[in-house]
Unconditional design. Sequence first.
Length: 117
Amino acid sequence: MSRREKPWNTSGSLLGNRACRAWEPATDIYQSAGGWVVKLDLAGVEPDDLTVDVSNGVLRVTGTRRDRTLREGFCHYQMEITYSRFERVITLPDDLAGARVETEYRNGLLTVTFDRV
C-alpha cells in the first residue's frame, strides 16, 4: 500500500458504511394458513423504545437499543453488541388490507401476526 492509500473506504471510516447505517434486527417470516407471522430479534430493546407501523402491506419496525450498562467511569474493553437506532421494513407478498394485526413482545422477540378476517 502506498503512503497515499488509506486503509479505509472513501467515507473515512474504518468500519465502512456499516457505522452509518441503522442496525437491522434478524427477522423470521412464516406463512400460516390464515396469513403471516413476522418475528424480530430485539434483545435488549425496551418496549417504550419500539414502534410498529403497518401500512399498505408494509411492516415497519423502528426503535433504539440503548446501552444501559454504561456509567461514569466505565471504559469499554470489547464491544460487539450494536447499540443504536434500528429500522426494519418488510413488504409482505400478500394483500393484507383488512387483516387483523396482533403484536406480542416477550423475551426480546417481537412477533407480529397478520390474520385474514
